[in-house]
Design a protein. Sequence first.
Length: 477
Amino acid sequence: MGQLCSRPKTVEDKPAAPTDNSSGLSDQHKHNLASLDGQHHAAYTMQPQLETQASETELSELDVVVQQLRNNHNSVTGSAPELLQQWDHDHKLVLDSMDAAIQRAHQRHSVDHGSPGQHHHAQQHSIPSVYLHTTPQLSQSKLGHAHQHAPAPPVQHQHFPQQAALALQDEPLLKQAKQAYADGRLLQAHSKLQKLSDLRGIDYLQSGNLYPEIGPDLAGLSALKSKVDEGLADLKDHNGWVVSRDDDLQVMYRHHAGTSVHSFKFSADFNSPLEHVLAMSREFDLTHLWNRYVLESLILAEPSIFQSTLYAASWLPFPFPHIDVVVEARGIDLADEDRCLLILMNTPEDLTDLADVIPAASAKRKRADILPGSCIRLQPLAPSASGQGRVRASVITHMDPHIKHVPAMLLNFVLKVMSPFIFGTIQKVLKSEFSSPDKVLPCRMREKPELYGLVGPRIAEYIHQLQEEDTLLAQQA
């Protein structure tokens, strides 16, 4: 994005001389057509300035629009008032298109020459290409000639000026979406933004990308929603899975034929409040202290209370190399949609920005990837008779160790030795670590009331429903 392009000038770049189909047109219309040609020529006159800022695609898109208008005026027939009205419409179209192209070029120029922080921010929020107004008055027959020489413009959206975008900040739906986003209720935020887009007839995808300060981006939330749907579907679909264990701990395995991807699924109930189980996963840097198979556990980054980037190295028996992973984790409150807390997990596509914080020992370890669809689902259950909180934890991991043939011995070790050990250890840690408020995990929880303080009240909203459902199931048994 930081590269500036200079488009080579060719014969094709020059405005083509119009075919003289103007016989019978009024002098006023001939003057207007000449004015349109002049504006197109002016766009090329200022081309050196645009070429230092605008991309070749943007200039080409502007070329297509202007050429379409020229063809339209060369073939149009009708009364002088109709022709003048059409010219006025097309005249505005050219001006708006040029303004849009220059505005986008200016924004790109500002980003490319801004501070390093500004440049990094711009990379995180990709900006779409220039949007041009479309004109329904241009029929397919009138566009036919232009289509022979240049591809038709893509389906384009309404140009959304910054002033109008900022005015959205007072929209109740946007305020509700922002609050839901801040509370980790991302699907509700997505629903509010989609409703706002539908009601106002605007393309919020564009305004969210161009002006991220307004609020969360609908495009990004749509992608997250797809990951949520994928993760929940994988957790509930057991077709093609091999059951390794099915008692107090359920363990399943699946190999994806023709690939090096192996999937593992675990599920177990714990007699602990949901926030305690959440703390064991969220305070990830403590994992190596209680899990003897974990050699190293680090939190590399924490963009928000609901997001973290993690590094873990795991011991494997000889002769296999120790394995490590880098994982992005994101917590999502699905209490209203699925009565659970979901944590999405996957290895980032680009680890360049993490090179300085990944430990040097990683070079001696075998890197594995955690693929999208991997997640942890924490579902609150009805409290026990004594009032003790309970939770069902389900985990699905799609792992690619980049090993063509994984020996059965290693798979059996993971399924029959490592998994039961980790399950038993979690039970012991939950019982001992929360026996005193002075232990490490309770202290960590008190340091983050903005996270753990959200969990209890959310579960309390459903506690009576959970108890009623538990009673009904007991009666049916």
